[in-house]
Structure formats: C-alpha cells, structure tokens
Write a protein that binds this ligand. Structure first.
Ligand code: C5P
Length: 315
C-alpha cells in the first residue's frame, strides 16, 4: 500500500502536551582555566561528563508563559523573567518568532549553586521541551547556539555523554570513547557557592603567584578515558577551580579527606563547587563510599551516580 502524503508529512507540528524532559547534572573530569578574557569569561579547556542526577521539566500548552517548581531549595529561586528557564523559553520563542506560551513545571533534584550546572541543565531542558511543544523541529546544534547565550554549560547539557569543552565552555565536541560506565559518589554540600565568586577567587590566588600557569590541556585525561581503568582515570582527574573553592570554603578539605578515608579512588571538587565527587571501582564500592561519607557527617548527603548519561531528552 502506498502511503498518502499530506500535511502530517510536512515536518514537526505543535505537540498537544504534556512534554516531559529529563536532564542530567554535569561534572568536569578535567577543568583547565586560562586567563580572564575581556568579555568577563575565562578561557576553558575542560572535559565534561554527564552523571545520573536528574531534573525533570514538564511543558504544557498555555495562554502565557508560567513556571512552577518543586524540590529542595526551589523556594529560593525567582520564578520571574530572571529565571534561566523563562529566559530559555523566551530566547527560543524570539529565535523562532513564535509566541512564548507554555506552562512549565520543574522537579528539581540537582542541587542549586552546587557546581553541577543545575541552572544550565534546566535551561537545556526548557529548550528541548519548548522546541517539541511548539513544533519547531530545531536540531540540538541549533538549540545549543540559542543556549550558549544563557549559560556556558547549556550546549553540553543538550548533548550529554563525555565531551571536550573549549571557549568559555560553550564550544562542545563529543569524545568518542568505547562505552564505559563510571561510578561516582556525589557529596552534596549544605549551601551553594557563587560561580563568579569562585572564578574571582582563582584570579586573586593567581595574582599573587605571577606568572600564571599555562592552560593545561586534557591529554592525560583523554588517554585515561581510553584505558577504561578507574585507577588510571582517578590519577588524571583535575580541577583548576578546586584551590579557589577550598579557599572560600575550607571545610571542603574535610569532605575530600572523608571520601579518601572511605576508600574512594580519587576525589575532587565538581566545577566551581561546593559539591565534591569521588570515583569508585564499581556500583558496590560507590555504595560503600557513600555510606562512609554519610556516616562522617561532612556533607548534607552523599549519593551514587553513574556516568556518562545522555543530555536533555524527552521521556
Ligand atoms: O556561563 P555561566 O552563566 O555559567 O557563567 C557564570 C559566571 O561564571 C560568568 O558570568 C563568569 O563570571 C564566570 N565564568 C567565567 N569563565 C567561564 C565560565 C563562567 O569566568 N568560562
């Protein structure tokens, strides 16, 4: 039987809703920070890795643009035009020249201001959800272009997996490694750290140790990913922002020590912190480390998470 061609074949159409999108948190396996640029960003050389802590955004049809939220700490977030989810929906609508009408609801699990890119994750989820709700049919690369204006980590959270990030983090190229599941323990802190404040602290620390160190490339980390051995990966993990996060929050040294004592292969501050992440050999080992960290009482909560994970996706 030949298929009939009709309006349904002319491309994507608006979705009746609801559209549900799940988006992961990110950590940086390598975070090399270069000098401060004239535009206020630092040049980066980073390896992003998406892990299994997820926010979920639901988009329904509406006559205006509204946002509601549930989850730890969401009461502190503004729901107005300054919110990154609203800004993402507006930016996409302006780009596609459609009205920004949607009822958005966020279920938040990624800690706020934790160095896990929770804000960028939610912006990425909003772009995917509204693209489908409004029937725009934009590619992930097109959405990443809109998203890069909203937050440095948005393009990565649209793509997910493990990827190289350059520029101020917005230029992303996937790392084609043979699939390996890595097991992480995520020590969630009580309270957040401001990303700009951590970058400023790094500049201050570097001012007193002129000349600045060269921007480290991730060659060792890339080689370690190919070897698929947690001990080798553990030795290659690194974060230039860690000293600055520790300087602003000295208690993080206790978290790193407790993770080490609980048997972690390696531990480091995630992005600008204050979340710390620890590498485990396998799922059972990750449970043991999480139990050790929870017993030590050095963080709000330690949870296990696997990586890599896909980026923002409709469920
Ligand atoms: O892009 P994003 O909103 O995540 O950045 C927040 C702030 O973090 C920037 O305004 C800047 O102060 C700092 N930042 C930086 N260099 C980067 C990324 C972020 O200095 N590569």
């Amino acid at each position: 039987m030949t298929e009939a061609w009709g309006p349904d074949d002319e491309g994507p159409r608006p979705h009746p809703g609801p559209v549900r999108v799940r988006v992961p948190a990110k950590i940086n396996l390598h975070l090399g920070v270069g000098p401060l640029r004239p535009d206020g960003y630092h040049e980066l050389n980073t390896v992003y890795h998406a892990i299994g802590i997820f926010d979920e955004l639901t988009a329904r049809r509406g006559d205006t643009l509204t946002l509601t939220m549930e989850g730890v700490g969401t009461g502190e977030l503004a729901l107005d035009e300054t919110n990154l989810i609203i800004r993402a929906a507006r930016a996409l609508a302006a780009h596609a020249r459609v009205p920004a009408y949607a009822r958005l609801h966020l279920r938040k699990s990624i800690p706020l201001a934790g160095g896990l890119a929770g804000g960028s994750a939610d912006a990425a989820a909003a772009l995917i959800a509204c693209d489908m709700l409004w029937g725009l049919g934009m590619s992930r690369d097109q959405l990443a272009e809109v998203g890069a204006q909203l937050g440095s980590d948005v393009p990565f959270l649209l793509h997910g997996g493990t990827a190289l990030g350059t520029g101020h983090g917005e230029a992303v190229s996937p790392i084609l490694a043979r699939p390996t599941a890595w097991h992480w323990v995520v020590a969630i802190a009580d309270g957040g750290l401001s990303t700009p404040a951590v970058y400023r602290e790094l500049d201050t620390l570097r001012d007193s140790s002129w000349p600045p160190p060269p921007l480290e490339g991730p060659d060792q980390l890339m080689a370690a990913l190919r070897q698929r051995d947690p001990e080798v990966l553990g030795a290659a993990l690194g974060n230039d922002l860690q000293a600055a996060a520790l300087s602003l929050r000295p208690q993080l040294a206790d978290v790193l020590k407790a993770g080490h004592e609980a048997g972690a292969i390696a531990g480091l501050v995630s992005g600008s912190g204050p979340t710390c992440v620890f590498l485990a050999a396998d799922a059972g080992h990750a449970q043991e480390i999480a139990a050790g960290l929870n017993a030590a009482g050095v963080c709000l909560e330690a949870v296990t998470a696997r990586g890599p994970q896909p980026g923002a996706r409709v469920t």
